[in-house]
Design a protein around this ligand. Structure first.
Ligand SMILES: Cc1cc2nc3c(=O)[nH]c(=O)nc-3n(C[C@H](O)[C@H](O)[C@H](O)COP(=O)(O)O)c2cc1C
Length: 320
């Protein structure tokens, strides 16, 4: 193992700072279908699953994805088969990856988040799960999601509830929405609730209109924007949280930077802004070699500069 690449997210040791970002890598079959499966798994620090809820959800009306300039809009609406089937069908397969598994969770109320996390704790008999990522930030479901993500009190309550139900069984990551006036207020609330780490950003609310039909393209009308076009927003939000939240700055609550990453320069930008690890989503739809390419390029960069990722976290704050 390269000694420069591993990072720590609270008690989780990741062999590389590269994570899948939730919802963009499926939960089981997708990686198995790829010819470069082993190289992908060797590049990943952890696998973050698609959002899982207490009960099965069919998601939003189609069409659910549309390509826009430098990105995509999606309104999947958290389609999933529910936590019980997830444990029966997906977790045994995911365990074979032999990397930490982080389950992205979504719910419509504080108590439902509590119930769901406790259910995961009960179902996780083999200790297959390393972390839970609380999605308080989906912009395209009617219940929960965006409403949670914009309200500091609710975010604090959700995190406290999840923490109280699972204690220290899992590393708790709170995934923040960019669709707020001041993301640092929401980040602070999650820290007050006891989160172990923050991840940011989820997608930005957006819309595309079919000019022939003169109506919104997505079945749900609005969707979440992701891909290269959102990277400057993500980098800014990581920078601000690192700057203004003391626990992020002293790295007792590390940040996972997500949004628009396509190559290793993008990963470095996030690290310099204050992220300890990074999640990659939309680029994966364009280039299934993205993880192995970034892994190799980061390795080369660290060898050339005699640096470690951990040493580079937040460097942009020192150079002003
Ligand atoms: C098709 C799709 C599905 C997604 N599903 C989820 C989800 O279930 N839970 C979640 O927290 N984020 C979800 N996201 C957001 C991504 O995890 C990520 O935060 C966002 O896409 C920005 O990263 P990117 O620009 O690298 O894609 C989804 C994104 C896409 C494109």
């Amino acid at each position: 193992m390269n000694k420069s690449l591993p990072v720590k997210i609270k008690n989780l040791v990741l062999k590389t700072p590269l994570l899948t970002s939730s919802g963009t890598s499926g939960s089981r079959d997708e990686i198995n279908l790829l010819q470069n499966r082993d190289r992908i798994l060797a590049s990943l620090g952890a696998f973050v699953t698609k959002g899982v809820s207490l009960n099965k959800s069919l998601g939003n009306k189609e069409p659910r994805i549309v390509e826009v300039r430098s990105g995509i809009l999606n309104s999947i609406g958290l389609q999933n088969k529910g936590v019980k089937v997830f444990f029966e069908e997906d977790v045994p397969e995911l365990q074979k990856y032999e990397i930490p598994i982080i389950v992205n969770i979504s719910a419509g109320s504080v108590s439902e988040f509590g119930q769901l996390s406790e259910r995961i704790k009960d179902l996780d008999k083999n200790n297959a799960i390393s972390g839970l990522e609380i999605n308080v930030s989906c912009p395209n479901i009617k219940k929960g999601g965006a409403a949670f993500g914009a309200d500091p009190l609710l975010v604090e309550q959700v995190v406290r509830e999840v923490k109280s139900r699972v204690q220290d069984s899992f590393c708790i990551i709170t995934k923040l929405s960019p669709n707020v006036t001041d993301i640092t207020q929401i980040g602070k609330a999650a820290v007050n609730g006891g989160t172990d780490a923050l991840s940011m950003i989820n997608t930005l609310r957006g819309m595309a209109i079919d000019t022939d039909k003169r109506k919104p393209i997505l079945g749900n009308q609005i969707g979440g924007l992701s891909g290269p076009c959102i990277k400057p927003v993500g980098v800014y939000m990581v920078y601000e949280c690192f700057r203004k939240i003391p626990e992020c700055r002293n790295r007792s609550v590390p940040i996972i930077g997500i949004g628009g990453i396509s190559n290793y320069y993008d990963v470095l930008e996030y690290i310099f802004a204050g992220a300890t690890a990074t999640g990659i989503g939309t680029q994966w739809f364009i280039n299934t070699a993205v993880f192995e390419e970034i892994y190799k390029d980061l390795n080369d960069y660290l060898n050339k500069t005699h640096e470690t990722i951990e040493n580079l976290v937040g460097k942009a704050h020192e150079n002003i």
